[in-house]
Design a protein around this ligand. Structure first.
Ligand code: PEP
Ligand code: MG
Length: 880
């Protein structure tokens, strides 16, 4: 028969799956001989069984009774006894911490008879009645869903009748009246009396904790935190100890190191004559642990020694909750403590120095997500007002500035500005560069605004649909904001604040940039050390997506060992756009004008990436981005015609734009299709690459260009481009060997990768398009439109444009790697979609056997760290 209950002495810290985190840690402390009140844990398995069948598993009652007897023996009191009752706490505790999500009930076992016994035994009548009224309130709410307000109303009435401001000032007689009032509330809402039988209370409480696993807020929390929904919670039943028994009692929380900075030492707060909830509620000012040392040196000493032992046992920062009852210390909880990203790095390095963990283990004490948080300037959120709205946090950072509604205004501004647009297009680039941050009301994480901002390391919030942007004003949360009004945008949380919120710059970025040295700075030294080890471990190389020499140079400073994607269409913006316009209008001379410009572009890039692979992707513009919008052009032509004027070039353009107008430009004439339709365009780019490389060689450089063809779906497309490119390459003397490969970003390319590998020397997954085309989601539209609903429904836990959808898109990646390498052993395979810089996706690409990931320069360090983590976990060297 399955066993459902374990005494604390029977478990240990490694049994989290069965006993939950809290139960496993209570067991560990008990085994270590630390002062834990006696108790037992009802397993997660019992919870799952209860949730499945709707009733308590067979045998559970008897098991609980057996273990309860052991607790009674240890404490020397009897549960339900009228004269000297044993009271119990019942607390939830799942495998993964879900703070505040599920239920706790204290003081179980009190009733009309035992309340008097408790008063006599403790010599404290007020304490006894206060405990009783707390029990009815917590029990009513948790077990019978009595609305909390119903109790609160009675409490408020009691305070006003007594003429006092706080609950703590209510006297014994008033608490006694309150107990009667609460019982009435209980009866009115449940149709029954408050249960007096202590055992009935206990089992009802256990059932309520089981059910709280399925509470809406708990389910939502799990979806957000990606915790499986079917784990269930354990229930910890423990003898109550009381911190509210007078001045020699109290309760506190403490950390073995500072969880904010990682500094060594014990940090904590203590509240005299109080229970756990009072500390959290912040009703009274707490004292520091050093003050505890003066009022109760013995307990303080014992606490420090307990904490030291816990840290040695867990080999990590621990936090604890403790209670002192009449001068006796009790440990109520411990766990490996949460910490800030800075503390995570500092503590990991300290533990290596102290010989507690290995460098491999240290890599697993930090994450790419934490490093990302350290790399962006951040808001001092304590100083922030309530947000106006929340959009998609698309490119992290904290930006403050005056609102401008167009690119020209951003460029012209002399003060910091935030560019606010419904959405951006390549024309907005100068404004995006000039602005501190970009805010859009449409589009998701791979919208133009998001991708470009991320590439620039610029703060961006997009898809903030609550913003109604109309000309030169924006309406949000009932307020109208105008150009010049200052706002603050948080590219991590997506929050938009009114006014200027204080910002802290990132020292980690300044260190990567070479502006600071790590020496003497605990955080920078820790980051340096772990980055070196990650690079040493990593099997995946990390390249960058960079379109300019400056971006490429930054990527190198951040540790990239190549450029995996240069989006050449970004080279045709601003003044050069007209050249593409001419090309589209059939003006062959445009190509001749473009050639020297492109050659100069590539020379600059090859110089910046000297000695490293530099993958140049042939042009892949959604064509509409290079042409004036149809409605604008139509209006201009109509105006000219109405005035009897010749619309001139506008007229020719309008004909071309009408001819080329596409309903779905992202699924239209893009990538290789464009290269095959517009004669000479790709050939011009290939020539520019070859000539720039030849010039670099002549200048003594070591250029390593590679040519990448976008949006290929059929090997014939690639073969056609390849044949033309090879001819051009052969005609340029002095050029180094240049490999030709393809992006895999159309599902058909993944499926026919075996054929495509015949014409490709390398693959690079364009997971932005691959995700768009696999799901049939428009990458520009859906994130703002309905991803919120999808996330809420748990259809996915995170946007598939952010973290690779390993089951669907990932399967195509695996298929393409396998078929590609089968056809061409040694085929180089990388990824250059936005997922290349996402921590969870880097792990996936490592597992899928890719050679490199390529991401925006600012995410290069994050990818390096994750590549190291993936490799050190994969080879089994991590002993945790
Ligand atoms: C991709 O589709 O993943 C990719 C890198 O190309 P782009 O984002 O430029 O379409
Ligand atoms: Mg693409």
């Amino acid at each position: 028969m399955t066993r459902y209950v374990y005494d604390f002495v029977e478990g240990n810290k490694d049994l989290k799956v069965l006993l939950g985190g809290k139960g496993a840690n209570l067991a560990e402390m008990t085994r270590m001989g630390l002062p834990v009140p006696p108790g037992f844990t009802v397993t997660t398995e019992a919870c799952r069984e209860y949730l499945r069948t709707g009733s308590m598993p067979t045998g559970l009652f008897d098991e609980v009774e057996d273990h309860l007897r052991m607790v009674q023996n240890q404490i020397g009191k009897v549960f339900g006894d009228a004269k000297d009752p044993l009271l119990l706490s019942v607390r939830s505790g799942a495998q993964f911490s879900m703070p505040g999500m599920m239920e706790t009930i204290l003081d179980i076992g009190l009733g009309d008879a035992s309340v008097a016994g408790l008063a006599r035994q403790t010599g404290d009548e007020r304490f006894a009645w206060d405990s009783y009224r707390r029990l009815i309130q917590m029990f009513g709410k948790t077990v019978f869903d009595v609305p909390g307000d119903a109790f609160e109303e009675e409490l408020t009435a009691a305070r006003s009748t007594a003429g006092v401001a706080t609950d703590a000032e209510l006297g014994t007689a008033q608490l006694l009246d309150l107990v009667y009032a609460y019982k009435k509330v209980f009866n009115e809402h449940t149709g029954r009396d408050f249960p007096q039988a202590s055992h009935e209370q206990l089992f009802l409480a256990i059932g309520a904790v089981f059910r709280s696993w399925n509470a809406d807020r708990a389910a939502l929390y799990r979806r957000q935190e990606r915790i499986p929904q079917d784990l269930g919670t354990a229930v910890n039943v423990m003898a109550m100890v009381f911190g509210n028994r007078g001045e020699d009692s109290g309760t506190g929380v403490a950390f073995t190191r500072d969880p904010a900075t990682g500094r060594r030492g014990v940090y904590g707060d203590y509240l005299r004559n109080a229970q756990g909830e009072d500390v959290v509620a912040g009703i009274r000012n707490t004292m520091s642990l050093s003050e505890l040392a003066t009022i109760d040196p013995a307990s303080h000493r014992q606490l420090l020694s307990v904490m030291q032992r816990l840290e040695q046992r867990y080999r990590d920062l621990c936090d604890v909750e403790f209670t002192i009852e009449n001068g006796k210390l009790w440990m109520l909880q411990t766990r490996v403590g949460k910490r800030t990203p800075a503390a995570a790095f500092v503590i990991a390095a300290q533990l290596v120095d102290e010989g507690t963990i290995t460098l491999d283990e240290a890599l697993h004490r930090v994450t790419g997500g934490q490093l990302a948080q350290l790399m962006f300037p951040s808001f001092d959120t304590d100083a922030a007002p309530p947000p106006l709205a929340t959009g998609v946090g698309a490119s992290p950072g904290a930006a403050v500035g005056a609102i401008v509604f167009d690119s020209a205004a951003a460029e012209a501004a002399t003060e910091p500005v935030i560019l606010v647009r419904r959405e951006t297009n390549p024309d907005d680039l100068p404004g995006m560069i000039a602005a501190q941050g970009v805010l859009t009301s449409r589009g998701g994480k791979t919208s133009h605004a998001a991708v470009v901002a991320r590439g620039m390391g610029k703060t961006c919030v997009c898809g903030a649909e609550e913003l109604d942007i109309d000309g030169d004003e924006v309406t949000v949360a009932g307020r109208i904001l105008h150009a010049g009004d200052v706002i603050s945008i948080d590219g991590t949380s997506g929050k938009i604040y009114p006014g200027a919120v204080a910002v802290r710059p990132s020292s980690v970025v300044r260190w990567f940039e070479g502006e600071l040295t790590a020496h003497g700075d605990p955080l920078l030294s820790a980051v340096e050390r772990l980055m070196i080890h990650a690079d040493h471990r990593a099997r995946l190389a990390v390249h960058a997506n960079a379109d300019t020499g400056a971006d490429a140079a930054r990527a190198r400073r951040f540790g990239a060992t190549g450029v995996g994607l240069c989006r050449t269409e970004h080279m045709f913006l601003g003044d050069r756009r007209v050249l593409i316009e001419r090309l589209i209008l059939g003006d062959d001379g445009a190509l001749a004008d473009l050639l020297p410009l492109q050659r100069a572009d590539f020379e600059e890039l090859f110089a910046a990436m000297d000695g490293m692979p530099m993958t140049v992707r042939l042009i892949d513009p959604p064509l509409h981005e290079f042409l004036p919008p149809l409605d604008e052009l139509t209006a201009r032509v109509a105006r000219a015609e109405a005035l009897g004027q010749d619309p001139g070039r506008d007229g020719t353009l309008l004909t071309a734009v009408r001819r080329m107008h596409e309903q779905n430009p992202m699924l239209g004439l893009r990538g290789v299709r464009l290269g095959l339709v517009i004669p000479g365009l790709f050939a011009m780019q290939v020539r520019a690459i070859a000539e720039a490389a030849a010039a670099r060689v002549a200048a003594g450089g070591d250029p390593r260009p590679e040519i990448m063809v976008p949006l290929v779906g059929a090997v014939q497309e690639l073969e056609t481009v390849r044949a033309e490119a090879e001819k051009v390459l052969a005609s340029v003397p002095g050029a180094p060997p240049i490999r030709i490969g393809t992006m895999i970003e159309v599902p058909r390319a993944a499926l026919t990768a075996g054929q495509i590998a015949g014409a490709a020397e390398f693959f690079s997954f364009g997971t932005n398009d691959l995700t768009q085309m696999t799901w049939g989601f428009s990458r520009d539209d859906v994130e703002g439109a309905f991803f919120g609903t999808y996330l809420g429904l748990g259809i996915f836990a995170v946007s598939p444009f952010e973290t690779i959808d390993s089951d669907g898109v990932g399967e195509l990646v695996r298929i393409a790697v396998e078929r590609g390498r089968a056809a061409r052993p040694g085929l180089t395979v990388g990824v250059c979609g936005e997922h290349g810089g996402d921590p969870a996706s880097v792990r996936f690409f490592h597992d899928a056997g890719l050679d490199y990931v390529s991401c925006s320069p600012f995410r290069v360090p994050i990818a390096r760290l994750e590549a190291g983590r993936a490799a050190s976990a994969a080879d089994g060297s991590d002993s945790r």
